[in-house]
Design a protein around this ligand. Sequence first.
Ligand code: ADE
Length: 254
Amino acid sequence: MHFYVMTLFPDMINNAMSESITGRAIRAGHISVKSVNIRDFSDNKHKHVDDYPYGGGAGMVMQAEPVYKCYRHIYEEIQSTYKENRVSLRVVYLTPQGKTFNQKMAAEYANEENLVFLCGHYEGIDERVIEKIVTDYVSIGDYVLTGGELPALVVMDAVSRLVPGVLNNCISAHTESFSDNLLEYPQYTRPENWRGESVPEVLLSGHHQKLAKWYREQSVIRTALMRPDLLEEAELTQEERELADKVIKYGKET
Ligand code: ADE
């Protein structure tokens, strides 16, 4: 998986991605991250990339041409790595006006070989270049940030961990929150007794069937408590449905 990021703040992208699990994935060659500075494509002697909005109003707007040149630079670089036919690219524009990012979109993006991100700043980007190059409009939630870099990092992080090899425990990406529209069950580690609180008995039993049943039940209970909205899309047995309904009605101690 090769990520390309068009940004005015490449250090923000590179610094964050080079840490922790994504950093390890880069060093192991499972993913690559290339940040390209839009400012490098400014023709202006002061390297400005923004101007006043037509029609007036507050703030500045990023100009179309530096963004377009930056995109063409990335586009040519990607195409040059393919010998034959040109590949189509997904260009993701991070904007609060986009579709709200979720685990399903992360899984879909993880199937791509290349993903290009466009991070805006100021009051936005000239609409003409957006219309020319962008394929996907993505938001990370209903709030407004100062730029697209943090959202791009959020998306890249969520996608990276679904790329084969990135997580050393290959089943963990399947048993976790949101797969099957259920939240993950609670986890415990040593000591067995922590300040008077003990670990649920079943976890010490080593009985695989009982464990699997407990994990599943806990996921249903958690989801019913924390995110009952997810249960509409979850595939539950009759028994699990009844458990969820009881938890919703009477709370945790049913
Ligand atoms: N840019 C500014 N706010 C954003 C958000 N919530 N999601 C994606 N991009 C953004």
